[in-house]
Design a protein around this ligand. Structure first.
Ligand code: 0X9
Ligand code: ZN
Length: 302
């Protein structure tokens, strides 16, 4: 079991995934998708309704591209908890889609943010003698490095020495490409600021199918607003925040052909990247309301 009254370390999260696969073998399976630079297992959990149908469309959700954004990891864990352990209530969400969830993209950074530097953002591969880590959300090979990314290895938004220089981004790339065709909704959890963002992140121009993305994001924002009153801002990444190329969202949409690709920036609770533990449950259950509404909208469209 898992609690939402504390932030969990990477090993605890992986143990929880394995516990679910053991408890619900007909519906839940865990895969070691690869290893981080420091050799930690990066696991995905696949949750189905157990009807045995293969080749269903897929919702792919990840969290923790940025190490310090702990509420995002907790949000992914809550989705896993709901789909796996509250199956009777949530079975509609698994009727036409399998869910593949990667709750800790960057475990080296996540652990480092627990043990050493709370505000660590990047991966942990050394670049120069002085500086470590690449911003995984600037490292994807789609307009890589063109805008909003640094060439300076000490920067928090360092784009990497090459596109896909990091094992962690290679792993998401391979998963996304393996799902091309079946993958209909890519959702990546970050914090903070209450945003639902869709492509593009590299240019202020909008893709031709932006309305589909807008509709899905708006459904999430509306559901959250009516459940808790919390306001989310909806729009393209560049137009709402800033232009920054090399993000996972643009790659999922532009290269892996996911028709809906959304970055969800969870709330801060007035404490930035570090909400108090008593705020976790409220934030992640509210996030789940939005994710359910978005998944339902995607199911209507694809
Ligand atoms: O800058 C980012 O990577 C994201 N914000 S955060 O505060 N979590 O770092 C926003 C990413 C939006 N998507 C793209 N720019 N592609
Ligand atoms: Zn982030």
């Amino acid at each position: 079991s898992v609690s939402f009254k504390a932030f969990h370390r990477h090993a605890e999260i992986n143990a929880y995934l394995d516990e679910l696969a053991a408890a619900y073998p007909s519906r839940v399976s865990v895969q070691v998708a690869g290893k981080s630079y420091e050799n930690r297992d990066i696991k995905t959990i696949t949750i189905t309704n157990g009807d045995g149908k293969t080749g269903k469309n897929v919702i792919f959700l990840d969290a923790g591209i940025h190490a310090r954004e702990w509420i995002a990891h907790a949000g992914a864990l809550y989705v896993i908890h709901q789909l796996a352990e509250n199956f009777a209530v949530n079975s509609d969400l698994l009727k036409n889609f399998d869910w593949v969830i990667l709750p800790v993209v960057n475990p080296d950074g996540y652990e480092y943010s627990h043990t050493t530097t709370r505000m660590w953002r990047k991966t942990r591969k050394p670049i120069s003698s002085a500086c470590y880590g690449t911003d995984a959300n600037r490292n994807f090979d789609f307009h890589w490095g063109e805008v909003g990314a640094s060439s300076y290895s000490c920067s928090d938004t360092f784009k990497g020495e090459t596109a896909f220089s990091e094992p962690e981004t290679q792993l998401i790339r391979d998963l996304l490409l393996s799902l091309t065709g079946r993958g209909k909704f890519y959702l990546t959890l970050h914090s903070y600021g209450n945003y639902l963002l869709y492509p593009w992140g590299w240019t202020s121009a909008l893709p031709s199918s932006w309305r589909d993305n807008d509709e899905v994001a708006q459904a999430g924002a509306d559901a959250i607003k009516s459940a808790t009153g919390t306001k989310y801002t909806v729009g393209s990444s560049t137009n709402v925040l800033y232009a920054a190329a090399g993000g996972s969202d643009d790659y999922a949409f532009g290269v892996a052909n996911f028709p809906v690709s959304i970055t969800m920036e969870l709330p801060a609770g007035g404490t930035g990247f570090n909400p108090s533990t008593s705020q976790i449950e409220g934030f992640v259950s509210e996030t789940w309301v939005g994710i359910k509404a978005m998944a339902q909208k995607v199911a209507e469209k694809y």
